[in-house]
Design a binder for this molecule. Structure first.
Ligand code: AMP
Length: 278
């Protein structure tokens, strides 16, 4: 696996190989969910490029950015074992030349409407930071295919939208959520749960399954309320638990077809998200 830190070297390497590029952007601290995306990329024709970059622009809280786990040596090892061809590992100065994003970078990609709800409400600026870095990484890597997890459902819809709006010749692929044996969606944040909260965390996915099992509209509200009450009793602080349209992400009334059940909770001080596509 080639490890590349500069945009110049990345462009030279990718150009000279003349193969299709299958790209998996990440922030590192890789778990099986990330590696499943890499394995999918490996199953396609061409070369697999993974990026690891903890993007300061998408963190609204500096302590959250500082606390983000960085495990680069372990990550490299896992990627080598997966057969990744190129790891792009740029520093902050390479991505935002000259220093901090706020002072020297003026261009922000904002997919306003899709970014306004759900995660956007509790994390101001997060999606603008995310969209901006993904556009920048697409410019650097120029992939044919880019692979993302359904875990971050809203993020994926925002990416699909700007790819369409900006006429980018990139195929966006969605891969299913990778879960722990007990159903908890894998996330870098799970390791912040203490043993008590880690044990009860799978209740979130269990409740999403109970709501969506054989769901039709007339029973939705009652099931949703029961689930929220149960989660609250167990110590979850439910931020949102709602049916939304799969594309527009607007709340849905009167149907369950073409919807996604979205959830965000706080548990023991750790924010968890999950979803089920209906
Ligand atoms: P991150 O490093 O958190 O920015 O995530 C990088 C990519 O991995 C994104 O496309 C995420 O949606 C995806 N991802 C994270 N967790 C999971 C998971 N449990 N299952 C599938 N994909 C995931």
């Amino acid at each position: 696996m080639e490890v590349i830190e500069t945009i110049k070297e990345l462009r030279q390497t990718l150009k000279s190989s003349q193969q299709r590029i299958n790209f998996v952007p990440t922030m590192g601290n890789l778990h099986q969910g990330h590696l499943d995306l890499v394995n999918y990329a490996k199953s396609l024709e061409g070369q697999t490029v993974v990026s690891i970059f903890v993007n300061p622009l998408q963190f609204d809280q500096k302590n959250d950015l500082d606390a983000y786990p960085r495990t680069i040596e372990e990550d490299k090892q896992k990627l080598i074992e997966c057969g990744c061809d190129v790891l792009f590992l740029p520093g902050v100065d390479e991505v935002y030349p000259g220093g901090t994003a706020e002072r020297l970078s003026q261009t922000i990609v904002s997919v306003a409407k899709l970014s306004s709800r759900w995660e956007g409400e509790s994390r101001p600026g997060h999606f603008d930071g995310m969209a901006t870095i993904v556009v920048k990484l697409f410019q650097m890597v120029q992939p044919d295919v880019a692979i993302f997890g359904q875990k971050d459902y809203q993020q994926l819809q925002i990416i699909r939208q700007f790819v369409k709006d900006l006429c980018m010749p990139i195929e966006i692929v969605q891969q299913p959520i990778t879960r722990e044996r007990d159903g908890l969606a894998m996330s870098s944040r799970n390791s912040r749960l203490n043993s008590y909260f880690r044990e009860i965390a799978p209740i979130l996915y269990q409740q999403l399954q109970i709501i969506t099992e054989g769901l039709d509209w007339p029973i939705y509200n009652q099931r949703r309320q029961q689930a929220e009450q149960f989660l609250t009793e167990k110590g979850f602080n439910v931020e949102y638990l709602a049916l939304a349209d799969q594309q527009s992400l607007e709340p849905v009334i009167g149907r369950v077809e073409n919807t996604v059940l979205l959830a965000a909770v706080k548990l023991g001080g750790v924010r968890l998200i999950d979803n089920i596509v209906l």
